[in-house]
Design a protein around this ligand. Structure first.
Ligand code: AP5
Length: 207
């Protein structure tokens, strides 16, 4: 099954993708994680996109599309995948349609206040890409999965979150109409506990 997760920054795409990937046994492809890895390793790509990502903007479509195209050609995607954070613009969606069939686009619907609350308490593990919230961590500095050091993402500052939300509304929100018109959009109420939201997704996928 080829699944897209849509939703505002902090709507829970990464959290839900991690649960889906372990249940459905198909990989999570997060463009955000791919970019963060390049930033951490200071690759030529990382240096090129550093200011864009830290400012909350979008990496140019041509770069992002090529990265996803290469990743989806890998063997582990043969039985399906979960795209987390891609596409993020109409240009990206059209490019994806040119080489892949998408079964379902899941839109996580969460209000702005919830998003800000979630992102202000988010902790990220750069070693295993785990995403957590301080409210569910016994120790806010140690990854409960791999023991790595948890960090606050640099783009989770209040000013950058505001910019990411603006960029989302301008570039990514139109994708809801795009997939609705194709008849494969499922909108999920993203408010509630992680387990509640996940159960709604599973129910929708079984329909
Ligand atoms: P990316 O990493 O994709 O960031 P994002 O889309 O802004 O999404 P987030 O990772 O912030 O949030 P999320 O929806 O995954 O929520 P999460 O599960 O973490 O991209 C980063 C940057 O890379 C972009 O700004 C851009 O520069 C670049 N980029 C990436 N893709 C690109 C593309 N296609 N084109 C161009 N540029 C691109 O949850 C958030 C918090 O809430 C966590 O703490 C979590 O524990 C908690 N939480 C989640 N669900 C619940 C729940 N139900 N109840 C309570 N807490 C919850």
């Amino acid at each position: 099954m080829n699944i897209i997760l849509l939703g505002a920054p902090g709507s829970g795409k990464g959290t839900m993708a991690q649960k889906l990937t372990s249940e459905l046994k198909i990989p999570q492809i997060s463009t955000g994680d791919i970019f963060r890895k390049n930033l951490k390793e200071e690759t030529p790509l990382g240096l090129q996109i550093k200011d864009i990502v830290s400012g909350g903007g979008l990496v140019p479509d041509e770069i992002t599309i090529q990265i996803v195209k290469n990743r989806l050609a890998e063997a582990d995607c043969a039985n399906g995948y979960i795209l987390d954070g891609f596409p993020r613009s109409i240009v990206q969606a059209e490019a994806l349609d040119a080489f892949q069939d998408i079964d379902c686009a899941i839109n996580l619907d969460v209000d702005k206040e919830t998003v800000v609350k979630r992102l202000s308490g988010r902790r990220f593990c750069p070693d295993c890409n785990g995403t957590f919230h301080i409210s569910s961590l016994a120790n806010a500095t140690v990854c409960p999965v791999c023991g790595g050091k948890l960090v606050i993402r640099p783009d989770d500052s209040e000013a950058t979150v505001r910019e990411r939300l603006r960029v989302y509304e301008q570039n990514t929100l139109p994708l809801i109409d795009y997939y609705a018109k194709r008849g494969n959009l499922v909108t999920i109420d993203g408010d509630g506990t992680v387990d509640e939201v996940y159960a709604r997704i599973i129910k929708a996928l079984h329909r």
